[in-house]
Design a protein around this ligand. Structure first.
Ligand SMILES: *[C@@H]1O[C@H](CO)[C@@H](O)[C@H](O)[C@H]1NC(C)=O
Ligand SMILES: *[C@@H]1O[C@H](CO)[C@@H](O)[C@H](O)[C@H]1NC(C)=O
Ligand SMILES: *[C@@H]1O[C@H](CO)[C@@H](O)[C@H](O)[C@H]1NC(C)=O
Length: 185
């Protein structure tokens, strides 16, 4: 009974995701302004992000110093800037997801899958866990219309994100803050 209810709930969630992806309002452009990165030297020896000159793409470099044998999670909070030129942001949504579970599933219409496919397209990251120690890159990551929730309104945004290992005391591997300008059609 519980399983059925859970499946039903999951269905509802997936349907609402489809609905907001199927809407007419779509992305006009997304331009990155700045990224601020940090990493935990216990697990990572280098983590960098570089924005292209035209601000449309980002490259990431990640050198993992250890095998990560537990599941990795992503927590991300997106906030919209309240006033032009100001420094305060109002949270739009928060996401907390087990990346190992999502990568394993591979296909799907969810926002996180669109972003994962987008990120993996020009990357040597494995598509499954565990992540082995080594040097990884993710190149030319750009937004596409499917990757922005339809309820987003044009403006300036900040995404605070961290990749962490829940089973290892919630230790962070990396922390990234993205600043960007989004224009919806
Ligand atoms: C990102 O990586 C691509 C492919 O390696 C490279 O051509 C491009 O110059 C890099 N961009 C930046 C901003 O480093
Ligand atoms: C990391 O994993 C690889 C492949 O599974 C293994 O060969 C290597 O010994 C591991 N490294 C450490 C430090 O455990
Ligand atoms: C991980 O990073 C987040 C965001 O920067 C921070 O709030 C949190 O305290 C960090 N967690 C640990 C265990 O250091």
């Amino acid at each position: 009974m519980l399983a059925i209810r859970r499946a039903f709930l999951l269905g509802l969630v997936l349907c609402s995701v489809c609905r907001f992806l199927a809407g007419h309002k779509s992305l006009n452009f997304l331009l990155f302004r700045k990224t601020v990165t940090g990493y935990n030297r216990k697990y990572v020896s280098l983590y960098e992000a570089a924005i292209s000159e035209d601000r449309t793409t980002i490259n990431f470099t990640l050198n993992l110093a250890r095998n990560i044998t537990a599941d990795i999670w992503l927590r991300a909070t997106m906030g919209q800037r309240v006033s032009k030129g100001g420094d305060s942001y109002r949270d739009v949504f928060t996401y907390n997801v087990n990346l190992c579970k999502v990568m394993g599933r591979g296909k799907g219409n969810s926002l996180i899958n669109f972003w994962l496919n987008n990120i993996m397209r020009q990357s040597n990251m494995p598509r499954s866990c565990p992540l082995k120690e080594g040097n990884y890159y993710m190149c030319n990551i750009r937004s596409e219309k499917e990757t922005i929730p339809r309820f987003i309104r044009s403006g300036s945004f900040r995404i605070d994100s961290n990749v962490y290992v829940r089973d290892w005391n919630g230790d962070n591997l990396t922390e990234t803050t993205f600043y960007m300008d989004i224009q919806m059609k």
